[in-house]
Design a protein around this ligand. Structure first.
Ligand code: ADP
Ligand code: MG
Length: 155
């Protein structure tokens, strides 16, 4: 992982807006793997909700805490918090989700170590009182272009 950038996000609404900015820059049909790291309540699901709404999803965005994954056409939203063993991912047929053109948002990727494709972008969300500091790491050219485009237009 090369360069690191960061953005202070002062409210939940702004976290959704950040997700929507990502949605605006993501090409459907091109695969993308996003890891979402941070403690419980950091805002991983809030970011994902903004991204999904940015893609035009109208309905509710449930936290897939118990189901492990919720799919919205070719976009898959994972929450691996309750995964006891990364190997369980094999049993739920996780390979079927990681296709070349899938967009995957993965909360708690640490829990799936060894069974996940590498990330194009990693968001590490840290508490700063009621605000959050989001650190962006990139793992590919595609991830680099995406983060650059999002942050250019952020302010
Ligand atoms: P996670 O998925 O990381 O466990 P959630 O997105 O489910 O976290 O929850 C984040 C909670 O924190 C929500 O209740 C949200 O309204 C609140 N919140 C307060 N300030 C912020 C902020 N700056 N960014 C994101 N969420 C915030
Ligand atoms: Mg969550």
């Amino acid at each position: 992982m090369a360069e690191e950038r960061q953005q202070l996000i002062s409210s939940a609404q702004d976290m959704e807006r950040l997700g929507a900015k990502f949605a605006a820059e993501i090409r459907i049909g091109q695969g993308l793997i996003v890891y979402l790291k941070g403690d419980l309540g950091a805002g991983k699901t809030t970011f994902s909700r903004g991204l999904l709404h940015g893609f035009g999803h109208q309905g509710a965005v449930k936290s897939p805490t118990y189901t492990l994954v919720e799919s919205y056409k070719q976009l898959h939203h994972f929450d691996l918090y309750r995964l006891a063993d990364p190997e369980e991912l094999e049993y739920i047929g996780v390979r079927d989700y990681f296709l070349d053109d899938s967009i995957c948002l993965i909360e708690w990727p640490e829990k799936g170590r060894g069974f996940l494709p590498p990330a194009d972008v990693v968001l590490q969300i840290q508490y700063q009182g009621s605000a959050r500091l989001v650190l962006f790491e990139v793992g590919s050219e595609r991830g680099e272009r995406l983060v650059q485009a999002v942050l250019e237009k952020y302010n």
